[in-house]
Design a protein around this ligand. Structure first.
Ligand SMILES: *Cc1c(COP(=O)(O)O)cnc(C)c1O
Length: 388
């Protein structure tokens, strides 16, 4: 039996749950419904124990300690808490931040809110290879810069940012450094100590865990990061994220972190090999195929590819056997080329002719070969049809 369409190749948007994670999620959902804040009985203790174990696993994933992990509803909330929490604690009357032009809306949005509240934000532009340079970040710093936020890996073009060098720069200048690492777990080793990271966002559903759960790592020493909470309620998560914890989601997230660490080397190697195979399967038969972003500093498993002479929405229309993304913001009938591709200098016609292909832990060689064959067929069909 061959692959059963539609073949899922959109792992940057979300991932299926690992069966081991799903099993634990079910078990906790069924057997451990206690509130971890109920300190007077065994139901509460069991739930609190599950959360404590998961916190250790998330800490191991990022290289921090359990006390530095704040559970959130996902990376969006973690990013908001990092940016606005630091803004409120360190820049109550304004202040300055630096972000890159490749950041997810979950960082750009709160940075814009910071500006509406009187802050200033410098946006550093990535170079043509999709990477931000340390020199450009350095040049953007000001005497009252309180935070630099540059993502670990870009969610469309997969480019890895020089976060270790940016972390060192920030450390030298006494500026806090936040990185959105949502795309990295299981593809790239994370370590907040090695990389000089003060705040790091992660999301369970990008790493074979459930949706609606994530975490913010918040450094507690060298330096101790102060955050002003955005929400108020019970004192959960050191008062930074009040509300009854999502115990099944958190336990499952912990298991996803354990697997991401355990399987990192084999997963990363496999993903790189499969993306190479897919690239060869496209560029062998077709001319006019361009890789967007850096070839070397790239998430294993990411291919963002433009096909000269076609339009992404037509390509997607011809490729219903694949679940891929156009790398474009599609609204109703219109398709606008991806802002990220335009930002890194991809010409408009090629930006409107791109596919983002994201391979995952369970992607098979047969699925990759099937995808290559279908994409090649669709591109040829559209090129034959097109008058140019
Ligand atoms: C998916 C993603 C987010 C949002 O994460 P949620 O957990 O869905 O809120 C933020 N940043 C990046 C880079 C992402 O890929």
């Amino acid at each position: 039996m061959g692959p059963s369409p539609p073949v899922y190749l959109d792992h940057h948007a979300t991932t299926p749950m690992d069966p081991r994670v799903l099993e634990l999620l079910h078990k906790v959902q069924r057997d451990h419904f206690g509130n971890p804040a109920s300190s007077g009985h065994a139901y509460g203790w069991a739930a609190a124990q599950l959360v404590a174990e998961a916190r250790e696993k998330v800490a191991e994933l990022v290289g921090g300690t359990a006390r530095e992990i704040i559970f959130t509803s996902g990376a969006t909330e973690a990013d908001n808490l990092a940016v606005l929490g630091v803004a409120a604690a360190y820049g109550p009357r304004g202040g300055h931040m630096v972000i890159s032009n490749l950041e997810h809306e979950a960082v750009r949005g709160p940075a814009a809110a910071f500006v509406r509240r009187g802050g200033r934000v410098a946006i550093v532009e990535a170079r043509g290879d999709g990477r931000v340079t340390v020199d450009d970040v350095t040049a953007a710093l000001e005497p009252d810069t309180i935070l630099v936020s540059v993502m670990t890996a870009q969610n469309e073009i997969g480019t890895l940012q020089p976060i270790r060098a940016i972390g060192k720069l920030c450390k030298d200048r006494g500026i806090l450094f936040h990185t959105d690492a949502s795309q990295a777990p299981g593809r790239l080793g994370l370590n907040v100590q090695r990389d000089g990271v003060d705040l790091m966002s992660v999301s369970a559903h990008k790493m074979y865990g459930p949706k609606g759960v994530g975490a913010l790592y918040v450094r507690r020493r060298d330096p101790r990061v102060n955050l002003v909470p955005l929400q108020f309620g019970g004192g959960q998560e050191r008062g930074l994220r009040p509300g009854t914890l999502n115990v099944p989601g958190i336990a499952a997230f912990g298991e996803a972190c354990r697997l991401a660490v355990e399987l990192l080397d084999t997963d990363a190697e496999r993903l790189a090999r499969l993306s190479g195979r897919l690239w060869d399967g496209l560029t062998g038969p077709l001319d006019g195929v361009f890789l967007n972003g850096s070839a070397d500093h790239r998430l294993p498993g990411n291919l963002n590819v433009s096909f000269a002479g076609v339009r992404a929405h037509q390509l997607l229309g011809a490729l219903t056997v694949l679940a891929v993304s156009s790398g474009s913001a599609c609204s109703s009938a219109e398709t606008a080329p991806s802002e990220i591709l335009l930002a890194v200098g991809v010409p408009r016609d090629l930006a409107a002719a791109s596919l983002r292909i994201g391979l995952g832990r369970f992607t098979t060689e047969a699925e990759v070969d099937f995808a290559a064959e279908k994409i090649v067929g669709a591109v040829r069909g559209l090129r034959d049809y097109s008058p140019s």
